[in-house]
Design a protein around this ligand. Structure first.
Ligand SMILES: Nc1ncnc2c1ncn2[C@@H]1O[C@H](COP(=O)(O)OP(=O)(O)OP(=O)(O)O)[C@@H](O)[C@H]1O
Ligand SMILES: [Mg+2]
Length: 167
């Protein structure tokens, strides 16, 4: 392929967790890769090898211990509040565990609507329609908007997480 445009450049990324008094767990240690526009990148490895930690650090949900995540020429870990908010319009995570990643006290409609509100994207009827549309996009239906996460199967919950990420 010619002219592949780099979307995200991960350079020598490190994420260490402090465990106990004076020991470090090197969950991600010197990882580098590029993600190109239009490309899907899969990260494969045994359980506990650091895939999720890598993803969360690339998204800025964890601060990096070292290295860079360059998006649009800038290290995402240097973003100020406004830049971070702008970045979250373009980059969203679907969490691995659909049980712990959805607030049990919020309806599915409220969960999906939250991102729409934070970014001030739609209001009123249009907002409601957008939520219904997203539910249908992920193979659920509009009646599900008034239900709570515990009323869904694991796979359906994961779809709610996908709709939220798309929102
Ligand atoms: N918040 C945390 N604090 C301390 N250690 C953590 C934390 N999160 C993950 N770890 C540890 O970091 C390592 C990598 O975990 P991670 O969740 O990134 O693995 P994974 O590759 O996504 O695994 P799986 O395939 O099981 O989802 C593991 O040893 C884990 O125990
Ligand atoms: Mg994982």
């Amino acid at each position: 392929m010619e002219n592949k445009e780099v979307l995200i450049q991960v350079k020598n990324l490190k994420k260490y967790f402090k465990v106990g008094r004076n020991s470090m767990l090197k969950a991600v240690d010197d990882v580098s890769f590029n993600i190109y526009k239009g490309e899907t990148l899969g990260l494969v490895g045994e359980s506990g090898c650091g895939k999720t930690t890598c993803g969360k650090t690339v998204m800025g949900l964890y601060e990096a211990t070292g290295g860079e995540v360059v998006y649009d020429g800038v290290d995402i870990h240097s973003f100020n509040h406004r830049e971070k908010k702008e970045f979250t319009k373009k980059a969203q995570i679907i969490f691995q565990d659909p049980y712990s990643s959805l607030n049990p006290r919020m309806t599915v409609g409220a969960i999906i609507g939250e991102g729409i509100d934070i970014h001030d994207l739609y209001k009123g009827k249009e907002r409601e329609e957008k939520i219904f549309e997203l539910l249908e996009t992920v193979g659920l239906n509009r009646e599900h908007a008034s239900r709570f996460p515990h009323e869904f199967s694991g796979g359906q919950r994961q779809r709610i997480g996908i709709a939220r990420a798309l929102a």
